[in-house]
Design a protein around this ligand. Structure first.
Ligand code: 4AD
Ligand code: MG
Length: 445
C-alpha cells in the first residue's frame, strides 16, 4: 500500500506535483492502445486518470482495462495540472487497489448515455452518483446551511414543531392521516406555522426547519408529497417587515451558493449571471395582487398570454411565470384576495377583502418559492374564521389561546427548500432536488 496522503478530488489542486491517494469509484473508461483514461469520482468531484502501459505492471494494466463501471477503487498517483484547461487536474496513475469489482454478470445499470426519467427514478439510489445529481445535492446542502445560518446569526431561536398533529394547517383536503393508538387520528404536519406562532410569542423571533407533508393529488413540476420547509415567525412584525426579511433571506442564500458552487453550477448547466442579478444592488420588486392582475390583463390584451386572468382568482402557474419573467429578481406579490388564502391571515385594514400576505415568485418562471403573511391577532376574528372554514374548534383551542394572552401583531413565512433548489440550480422538476423524492405516484426506492 502506498503511503501517499489521502485527499479528495475537490481539493486536489493543492497537490500538483505530489503523489496522493484517492478513494472512490470508476466513473468512466476510455482507452487508446497503450493508454487508459479512467475517470474516477469520489463524491467531491471527478478526475481523469492517465495510465500508460509502461507505468504499471502488465497485470494491473489488464485489470484496469477490463474494470467495470462503478467498481470501487483506491488510486495512487501524481497530480498534474491539465495542459489546456485552467482549474482542471489529472492523476498519473501509479497503483490501483480494487476494493470491489462490479461483476460482468450484473453491470452497473446506468450507462453514461441518456436514460429515460422513469428508469432513472427507479434507480434513484444509483442515479445519485452521477456528477450532476451530486452537484445538485451539494448545492442543496449549502442552501439548507445558509438558510439556517441567516436566522441563527440574527438572534432567531430554532424551535422544532411536532410532525404528528391533531389538525390541519393548510387545508383539510391535503392531509396524510394515520391512526393514533386506539381512538384518535393524527395527521402529518403540512407546516409548523401554528406551533411556531406559539414559540414566537414565547421567544420573540423563532424559526422551524423540518419535513412537511401534503397529500396533494397534483402531478406538477413543483409538487412533492414530502418536502422540507424553513419557517421564520416573528412577534411584533408586520407585512412590510416580513417582506424585508424574505428579501434579505433569499439574497443571503444566493450569495452563499455563488461563493461556494460555481463549478457545481457549471456541471448542472445553470446560467450564473441569472443568480448574480438577484444579489446585485437594488430591491426585489413588490407588486400588489391588483397590480399583478392588471399586468396579466394587459399582457392578455397584447396577446402575450393565452388565458385572461379573472380578478379574484389565485394565479395559475402560467400567470406566475409571466409575472416573474418581467423581472431579474424575485418578485413579491402581496395582498391577495382573502378568499383564496388561508384562514389565519390578517385582513388589510385598508381593504378587508384583501389579506396581508405575500408570495415570493422566483425568476425564470419558477413560481412561488415563499408564502407568508401577517397573522390574525384578534380572538373574535380568528374564532369566526375557524368557524367559517369548518375547522374543528376543539383542535384549535390552544391556537386561540395565543390571541387571549398578550396577543400581538406577528408574521412569518415558509420556504420549501426543494422549490428554492430547483430555481437556484435551474432544474426542470423538483424531483431532482431531494435525494429520494416522494410524489403522487412514487414512493420507491
Ligand atoms: O404557501 P404554503 O402552503 O404556506 C404555508 O405552509 C405557511 N403555513 C408557511 C408560513 O407562513 N409559515 O407553503 C410554503 C412554501 C411554498 O411557497 C413552497 O415553497 C413550499 O412551501 N411548498 C411545496 N414545495 C414542494 N411541494 C409542495 N407540494 C409544496 N407545497 C408548498
Ligand atoms: Mg402558498
Amino acid at each position: 500500500m502506498s503511503t501517499a496522503p489521502i485527499t479528495n478530488i475537490a481539493t486536489i489542486g493543492q497537490h500538483v506535483g505530489e503523489a496522493v491517494t484517492l478513494r472512490g469509484w470508476l466513473y468512466n473508461m476510455r482507452s487508446s492502445g497503450k493508454l487508459l483514461f479512467p475517470t474516477f469520482r469520489d463524491g467531491s468531484g471527478t478526475i481523469q486518470g492517465i495510465v500508460p502501459k509502461a507505468a504499471v505492471s502488465e497485470e494491473l494494466f489488464e485489470a484496469l482495462k477490463n474494470l467495470t463501471l462503478e467498481s470501487s477503487v483506491v488510486v495512487t498517483g501524481k497530480v498534474a495540472a491539465h495542459p489546456k484547461q485552467p482549474d482542471t487536474f489529472e492523476i498519473q496513475v501509479e497503483d490501483v487497489t480494487i476494493t470491489q469489482r462490479v461483476s460482468d454478470e450484473t453491470p452497473y445499470p446506468i450507462q453514461l448515455k441518456e436514460a429515460g426519467v422513469d428508469f432513472l427514478m427507479e434507480h434513484r439510489h444509483l442515479w445519485l452518483r452521477t456528477p450532476r445529481q451530486s452537484a445538485i445535492l451539494r448545492v442543496r446542502a449549502t442552501i439548507q446551511r445558509a438558510a439556517a445560518e441567516f436566522f441563527d446569526t440574527r438572534d432567531f431561536v430554532r424551535t422544532d414543531p411536532p410532525i404528528l398533529t391533531p389538525n390541519a394547517c393548510e387545508g383539510t383536503s391535503e392531509l396524510f392521516e394515520m391512526k393514533y393508538f386506539d381512538d384518535d387520528m393524527a395527521y402529518l404536519t403540512q407546516s409548523g406555522q401554528l406551533y411556531i406562532e406559539a414559540t414566537a410569542l414565547a421567544l420573540g423571533k423563532v424559526y422551524s426547519f423540518g419535513p412537511t407533508f401534503r397529500a396533494e393529488k397534483s402531478k406538477t413540476r413543483r409538487h412533492l408529497t414530502e418536502f422540507w420547509m424553513i419557517e421564520p415567525e416573528v412577534a411584533y412584525l408586520d407585512l412590510d417587515g416580513l417582506m424585508e426579511l424574505a428579501e434579505g433571506f433569499l439574497t443571503h442564500i444566493v450569495t452563499r451558493v455563488l461563493e461556494a458552487h460555481r463549478n457545481d453550477l457549471k456541471v448542472i448547466g445553470k446560467d450564473v449571471e441569472k443568480l448574480e442579478a438577484v444579489v446585485a444592488p437594488g430591491h426585489f420588486p413588490r407588486l400588489s395582487y391588483d397590480e399583478a392582475h392588471q399586468m396579466l390583463v394587459d399582457a392578455h390584451a397584447k396577446g402575450l398570454i393565452e388565458n385572461a386572468h379573472t380578478y379574484g382568482d389565485d394565479f395559475g402557474s402560467p400567470d406566475e411565470t409571466y409575472i416573474s419573467n418581467q423581472f431579474d429578481k424575485p418578485v413579491m406579490v402581496h395582498r391577495y384576495p382573502a378568499e383564496v388564502k388561508a384562514f389565519y391571515m390578517q385582513p388589510d385594514p385598508k381593504d378587508p377583502t384583501k389579506a396581508l400576505c405575500v408570495d415570493v415568485l422566483a425568476p425564470e418562471g419558477y413560481g412561488e418559492i415563499i408564502g407568508g403573511s401577517q397573522r390574525v391577532d384578534s380572538y373574535d376574528l380568528l374564532k369566526s374564521r375557524i368557524e367559517a372554514h369548518n375547522l374543528p374548534m376543539e383542535a384549535f383551542q390552544w391556537y386561540l389561546d395565543l390571541r387571549k394572552y398578550g396577543s400581538v401583531p406577528h408574521s412569518g413565512f415558509g420556504m420549501g427548500i426543494e422549490r428554492c433548489v430547483a430555481w437556484v440550480c435551474g432544474l426542470e422538476h423538483v424531483r431532482e432536488t431531494i435525494p429520494f423524492p416522494r410524489t403522487l405516484n412514487r414512493i420507491y426506492p
